[in-house]
Design a protein around this ligand. Structure first.
Ligand code: COA
Length: 183
């Protein structure tokens, strides 16, 4: 996997660990069982084994897994396009939520943005408020509504994007605001 995305993640090795005892590494075939169970618990229309297989097989697709004590507790799949990443799917085991696992996964993508590839895009169900709030907290913004996006349910979707250039501007404005307030 590192050969597929030499610039991405886990620099200098196959994985990276955090102080909280989490380990971030590439998704591999032996994760499928755990991830399929996680998918079924997290989504009404879960990904299938074929979709995970496709992610591993396809050159510009990739996946990250966070594990605790050797057990996958969250994952993220993405497509690396020329100018952006597409966040295809991301889920965290229910027992591990609100402990920063999702943030660790998405931040890993954010940290790999640069002047050339400066945007992350994803599509979120209208009813998935938790995901919208999660992404918003990370700096994503809703940019348009896709009507009747999901053909099985006719549910609308929000397209949300993170833009590195906008995030830098927002951070700078926030720093200025704080400096002015502290005078
Ligand atoms: C969305 C999801 C991936 C978030 O993962 P997580 O590990 O719980 O997220 P984090 O702990 O990093 O949360 C970071 C912040 O996002 C926001 N957030 C996360 N979940 C939230 C929720 N259910 N309601 C409101 N805000 C939420 C909070 O601001 C949170 O910070 P806080 O805990 O200090 O308040 C997880 O809830 C999940 O797997 N949901 C089901 C699958 C799904 O909807 N995937 C789509 C993801 S794009």
């Amino acid at each position: 996997m590192n050969e597929k995305h030499p610039i991405l993640f886990c620099d200098g090795g196959a994985s990276a660990s955090t102080d909280e005892g989490l380990r971030l590494r590439w998704l591999c075939r032996r994760d499928f069982g755990a991830l399929l169970a996680l998918e079924r618990a997290a989504f009404e229309f879960p990904w299938t084994r074929d979709e995970f297989e496709y992610c591993l097989r396809t050159r510009n697709f990739g996946g990250l897994v966070v594990e605790r004590d050797g057990e996958p507790t969250g994952y993220l799949c993405f497509e690396a396009r020329k100018r952006s990443f597409r966040l295809l799917s991301c889920a965290v085991a229910e027992s591990e939520r609100r402990r920063g696992v999702g943030t660790l996964l998405v931040r890993t993508l954010i940290e790999r943005l640069d002047a050339r590839r400066s945007k992350i895009a994803c599509v979120v169900r209208e009813r998935n408020l938790a995901a919208q709030l999660f992404l918003r907290r990370l700096g994503f913004r809703a940019v348009w509504v896709a009507r009747d996006y999901y053909f099985k349910t006719n549910e609308d979707a929000y397209r949300m994007t993170y833009r590195a250039d906008v995030a830098v501007a927002v951070d700078a404005a926030e720093r200025t605001r704080r400096r002015l307030l502290s005078r």
